[in-house]
Ligand binder design. Structure first.
Ligand code: EPU
Length: 296
């Protein structure tokens, strides 16, 4: 085996999650090149380790006990235009695409202004906000499936359709996204800047800025219509409810925040509480949107 000097042992995961919580990963690596990606996969295969692929950690609940495998933080961050195609690496922050649109004049990503996640994370969970879903913007995805590097394209229908908070990548957590081809439209700079600012203002006024993992639950269906899980938790009277330093945000009840030093186990208790009360009051079962990593 090669000398995989970029793979470290016992790295604390708390600093790689926007919630600021979680124990150590047995093995951890920042992936900056395709070569490192292949080397890390070989390392995991040789040691029979599970791999967990990490973007910005903005939708993740790491266990207090950490992760007993190899966590790969995807730090591939190039963007380029190639024959009218816009290719972006999986580690690019989604909000940077929106910002770039306002600098060089293309539209299509304004709704994602201020979204903390990476492109890989946004595709994995088909991130959605303010009426847009990230999957709608994707033309092709280049990824490593554990054996080969391949490209899935929407035009040939080889990339299966995205659905609410779901993508084919959720069914194959072992696939590692490398880069993505996105649909962009040339647009007047000032219109994009204006829309970006409007979205940022809506995000700031309606969502907390304290440490969180975005929405904890998916919005459930009631009588065939999607209802806000936040509104249900709010109407169950749980805004501001705390377990130690984990709190159901008083600003938006589907955001659970870490007020400082909270444990993943406190979040799990809050999740149980919210799910239980919403079921008791409305007969609706809430399903988690966040991804739990490690043992709970
Ligand atoms: N509402 C309440 N109380 C609350 C939260 C919301 O009454 O505590 C009400 C709002 O006043 C509004 C309605 O519920 O009338 C909908 O609220 P909001 O616009 O915040 O939308 P949401 O359905 O709660 C969804 C996404 C968010 C996304 C926002 C904005 C899900 C699970 N959540 O929230 O996505 O940012 O729309 O478009 O689909 C995420 O997935 O991590 C996320 C933050």
């Amino acid at each position: 085996m090669k000398n995989s000097g970029f793979i470290h042992e016992g790295e604390p995961l708390a600093k790689y999650s926007t919630l600021g919580m979680g124990g150590p990963a047995d093995f951890f690596a920042r992936i900056k090149t395709e070569g490192q990606l292949l080397e890390a996969a070989e390392f995991a295969r040789d040691k029979r380790l599970d791999i967990f692929v990490l973007g910005h950690g903005s939708n993740i609940l790491f266990s207090d006990k950490g992760f007993g495998g190899l966590a790969l933080k995807i730090c591939l961050r190039k963007m380029h235009f190639l024959n009218d195609e816009y290719w972006v690496d999986a580690g690019v922050a989604v909000c940077n695409i929106a910002e770039l649109g306002g600098m060089i004049g293309f539209s299509g990503f304004e709704e994602f202004s201020g979204l903390p996640g990476t492109v890989g994370g946004a595709i994995f969970g088909n991130a959605g906000c303010f009426g847009a879903e990230f999957g709608q913007k994707v033309k092709a995805v280049k990824f490593f499936d554990g054996e080969n590097i391949s490209i899935l394209k929407t035009e040939s229908c080889i990339l299966p359709p995205f659905s609410y908070r779901h993508s084919i990548f959720k069914e194959h957590p072992e696939w590692i996204m490398i880069s993505v081809c996105l649909t962009v439209k040339p647009c007047d700079l000032s219109a994009v800047v204006r829309k970006n600012q409007e979205i940022l203002a809506r995000r700031r006024s309606g969502q907390p800025r304290t440490k969180s993992a975005g929405c904890i639950f998916k919005n459930p269906l009631r009588d065939g219509e999607q209802v806000s899980a936040g509104k249900l938790i709010d109407n169950a009277g749980l805004k501001g409810q705390r377990i130690d330093n984990a709190e159901i945000s008083p600003i938006h009840a589907n955001f659970f925040v870490n007020l400082g030093g909270a444990k993943a186990s406190d979040f799990v208790e809050l999740i149980k509480l919210a799910r239980g009360k919403v079921f008791e009051k409305f007969g609706i079962v809430l399903e988690e949107e966040i991804v739990r990593v490690g043992e709970f």
